[in-house]
Each structure stands twice: as C-alpha cells, then as structure tokens.
Ligand binder design. Structure first.
Ligand SMILES: Cc1cc2nc3c(=O)[nH]c(=O)nc-3n(C[C@H](O)[C@H](O)[C@H](O)COP(=O)(O)O)c2cc1C
Length: 199
C-alpha cells in the first residue's frame, strides 16, 4: 500500500489571513489536490523561546527548553515536504520564524555531531519551499531570508526545491491583486508533491 506523503506548512506571520498566509494556504491546497496529507502549524500561536545556547543538546540532540518546540521538532521529523512562509521584517524573517530556526540547533547537533537520522520519511529525498513577501521592491529584499532558510533546510536534510517571492506587497490581502500569485502558489504545491516514487 502506498503511504500518504505528508506536507508540513509553517506559517511565520503574526497576521492571520495576510499575504504569506494566503500563499501558504494555496500551496497546501495544491499539495492536497494531488493526494498529500497536509498540516499547517501557526508559529504565532505557539510558545517558542529563543535558543539559550545552553549546549544542553550537545550530548543527546534533544533541546532542554521545554515548550512547543518539542512538537515542532516531531512534526519536522515526520514531514516529507516542508513549506515555510514568512514575510520580510527588517530584511529578514519574522521573530517567530527566527526563534524556531535557532531552536533547530538541536537537530543540527543530531545531524552534524551525533550523526543521527533526522527523519523517518519513506519518500526518499525531502524537499521544501520558501514563501515570502515584502512591502518594498528594494534590491536583495529576499536575499538574507533565503540564505537563512537554505541554511535551515540543509541542517534538516531538506533540499531547497524552490521559492515564491513577491516584492511590493504590503496591505493585508494585497497578494490577491498580484497577477497570478495565488495560482502560482497552487501550482507550486502540486509540483512539490509530484514525481514522488511509489513506496
Ligand atoms: C516589523 C515589520 C518589519 C517590516 N520590514 C520590512 C522590510 O524590511 N522590507 C519590506 O519590504 N517590508 C517590510 N515589512 C512589510 C511586510 O513585509 C509586508 O507588510 C508583508 O506584506 C506582510 O506579510 P503578511 O501579510 O504575510 O504578514 C515589514 C513589516 C513589519 C510589521
């Protein structure tokens, strides 16, 4: 029997129903339309303390700070595909996303120091997408965030398989006026789960 492919969406904006939220929703809808099992985590609803650099993870690969990040680690381990969405805040990702990324240090330890497997995915290569918007059209608007997300994906053994980046989008819901953006997001969700080998 073929197992369901699990797609994890991570909503990094505090603005519910905002631009990245709507794009993420379309990506997940596209993935679901191809039979994937989708789940979205809303970071702003969770308690995720910043990394304390206590080095508590060095021996076990487990974070000693007890909060909602334990659940996020489990979801990241289970996911076959990842879709991370964050608007640009001061040329980077939101504080919610940065806190989550830094708390993935325990997973970095598992991979690079302890050489432990990160995922039980039975779908081979794990792949991920980055979804972002920013209000301005400044040069290199997305570059720092993309660099950060690529670094996270590498630590999680997730191939950076693509991005949806829309400059010049500010007001809540303005993405709906961006030519074709939501449709592109839907198609990106379909593509993310296509070409997956049968079990
Ligand atoms: C704290 C804060 C910082 C921001 N910094 C930037 C920035 O550096 N560059 C930019 O183009 N837009 C910036 N923006 C605008 C947001 O990226 C923009 O409004 C975006 O559409 C919000 O996406 P959302 O609806 O998914 O939350 C900032 C907004 C806030 C609230």
């Amino acid at each position: 029997m073929r197992k369901e492919l699990k797609v994890l969406g991570i909503a990094g904006s505090p603005r519910r129903g905002g631009n990245t939220d709507r794009l993420l929703g379309e990506v997940m809808r596209g993935a679901a339309s191809r039979g994937a099992k989708v789940k979205t985590i809303i970071l702003n609803n969770l308690t995720i303390a910043p990394c304390q650099h206590c080095d508590g993870c060095l021996e076990t690969g487990r974070c000693k700070v007890e909060d909602d990040m334990q659940m996020v680690h489990s979801e990241l381990g289970r996911a076959d595909r990842l879709v991370l969405a964050s608007p640009i805040y001061f040329m980077g990702v939101t504080a919610q996303v940065k806190a989550m990324i830094d708390r993935c240090q325990a997973l970095w330890v598992r991979k690079y120091l302890l050489k432990l497997p990160l995922s039980g995915s039975s779908w081979g290569e794990r792949r991920g997408l980055f979804v972002s918007v920013g209000a301005t059209k400044s040069a290199n608007l997305f570059q720092p965030a993309v660099t950060m997300v690529k670094s996270l994906f590498r630590a999680l053994d997730i191939t950076y398989a693509g991005e949806l980046l829309f400059p010049g989008v500010d007001e809540k819901g303005a993405i709906a006026k961006y030519p074709d953006a939501l449709h592109q997001a839907f198609l990106a969700g379909q593509k993310l789960v296509e070409g997956t080998p049968a079990e």
